[in-house]
Design a protein around this ligand. Sequence first.
Ligand SMILES: CC(C)(COP(=O)(O)OP(=O)(O)OC[C@H]1O[C@@H](n2cnc3c(N)ncnc32)[C@H](O)[C@@H]1OP(=O)(O)O)[C@@H](O)C(=O)NCCC(=O)NCCS
Length: 178
Amino acid sequence: MNLNRIELGVLESNTRALKLYEKVGFNREGVKRQSIYKNGKFVDMIMMAILKEEFTENYKNTTKGANSLLNLYCIFKIQAFDEIYKVLIDFSDAYTPALAEKIPNLQDYAYKLYCNAEVFAAADVSVLGFITFYANDRKSKISYITQIAIKPKSQNKHIGKELLDLCIEGREGIGLDS
Ligand SMILES: CC(C)(COP(=O)(O)OP(=O)(O)OC[C@H]1O[C@@H](n2cnc3c(N)ncnc32)[C@H](O)[C@@H]1OP(=O)(O)O)[C@@H](O)C(=O)NCCC(=O)NCCS
C-alpha cells in the first residue's frame, strides 16, 4: 500500500532482535523508559522505524531469495483464523516471557490479527517463523510490526531478515516500495 514508515518496539535487552532490525535498516528513534516489567525489574523499550526515503536503491538491489532457496523453505501469507491462532500457540515459548504470559487471551489476539493485520510465515514441512504487522492505516501510511519470531533451531539462518524484507519491500503490495 505504498507505506511511508514502518515502526516497532524492542526491549533493550533483546540484542539479537535489535541487531536484526538495524541490519535491515531500522533506526533508533527513542526510548520508552522502564516500559515493561520483566524478570523482577523494569526494562526500557527501544522505538525504531524505517522511512520510505531510507529504503534506498542500495537496499533494493541486495540479493534476496537465495537464502530461502538454499534452505528449502517458502514464505506465505496466513489467512485463516485457526492457522494464526495455531502459530501464536506454537511460537509462544520462543519469547521471553512466553507470548501466552504476555497476552493471556491468545484467541482474542489471533482474531484481532485475523481482522486487521498481515501474517506471514516461513515454512518447510512445519512453520519455522512468522511475522505480523498492521498495514491498514491508509491515511498515515504507517505500518506497525507487532510480532516476529523464529523457531530456535532455525535462528541465525536469515529467516527473520527475509520476513522483515518482505514487510519492508513492496512484495504483496504492502511495503515501502509498492
Ligand atoms: C530476533 C529473531 C526474530 C531473529 O531471527 P533470526 O532469523 O535468527 O535472525 P537472522 O538470522 O535473520 O539474523 C539477521 C541479523 O540479525 C543479527 N543477529 C541474529 N542473531 C544474532 C545473535 N544471536 N547475536 C547478534 N546478532 C544477531 C545479525 O546482524 C544477523 O545478520 P548477520 O548474520 O548477517 O550478521 C529471533 O532470534 C527470535 O525469534 N527471537 C525470539 C523472539 C523475539 O525476541 N522476537 C522479537 C521481539 S521484538
